[in-house]
Design a binder for this molecule. Sequence first.
Ligand SMILES: NC(=O)c1ccc[n+]([C@@H]2O[C@H](COP(=O)([O-])OP(=O)(O)OC[C@H]3O[C@@H](n4cnc5c(N)ncnc54)[C@H](OP(=O)(O)O)[C@@H]3O)[C@@H](O)[C@H]2O)c1
Length: 297
Amino acid sequence: MLKINMIGCGNAGRTLGRLWAQQHVLAIGGILTRSLASAENAAAFIGAGRAVESVSEMECACLYLIGTPDDNIEQAGVALAAAGILKPGDIVFHLSGALSSRKLAQLEEKGAAVASVHPVKTFADPAHAAETFAGTFCGIEGSPAAAALLADTFTAIGGKVFTLETERKALYHAATVIVSNYQASLMELGTRVFERAGVVRSAARQIMEPLARETLANIFELDAVRALTGPIARGDGNVVAEHVAALASWQRNYMDLYCLLGQIALHLARQKGTAASSSLDIIENILANPIPGAQAH
Ligand SMILES: NC(=O)c1ccc[n+]([C@@H]2O[C@H](COP(=O)([O-])OP(=O)(O)OC[C@H]3O[C@@H](n4cnc5c(N)ncnc54)[C@H](OP(=O)(O)O)[C@@H]3O)[C@@H](O)[C@H]2O)c1
């Protein structure tokens, strides 16, 4: 079994460490966190590994996980490079969704292969996360040798691995933010518009819930084109114009958002093909020029 040293072992690190140890995928070596007590806790949770107080106390291993918060990854990599324990061919990786393996580039000068693996999962409760990890999508990028070995290592504990492009990792992470965090933003925007229309927040939540759940279910059971209903899908330009005017007279930035998102809906409506293309052309013009003669907001 290959051995892994863990630098930073909080929610995500503990979860993965427990799975690798329990499923005999990797031997857990040294565990380093900001305090010995926390590293000892991590070792107890994992059921393996030895708490250490510095990188130099770690025994040699083939794999190094940097499981610190994103802001500390580079600094942890620098400390690892300076410790003089890395051998050519060792693999060093982190778990950030936002940062790429380039944050560890300085370790390549020591002959290490660097990578990142982003498990698309919430690790707020490590015991629960370990129980539910199977089926988690894990985006991997980095040196081909490191990526191949890490793919095996994460697949062995039930991860569903997929490849990310190093140079486009920021876009990948932006996508995850759009489909998760921005759903909350969209629901909040909808709630504010309901309130403006005289529907109180508590009632708005109740009205929104079946609408939002059914739309999301349709998107994944069918697809976004077939899930799209409403005035843009029907080619109902007068309704779109009324929405735009109502929003413009209250909050121009909300109108801008309505128009930008409407342009994506229009793209779906054209693929759907149920509305006359002349009606969709009219809507395209309304969305692109919501207030004729006005500068873009
Ligand atoms: N949590 C999630 O849902 C999730 C999901 C996907 C990916 N990730 C990624 O996983 C990584 C870790 O996140 P997390 O949520 O597990 O963080 P976390 O729970 O805050 O744990 C961070 C760990 O790093 C240690 N640490 C901090 N600075 C250090 C340093 N300079 N040297 C050594 N150890 C250090 C902390 O030590 P102490 O224990 O002493 O505080 C702690 O053990 C991040 O890159 C994050 O983006 C997290």
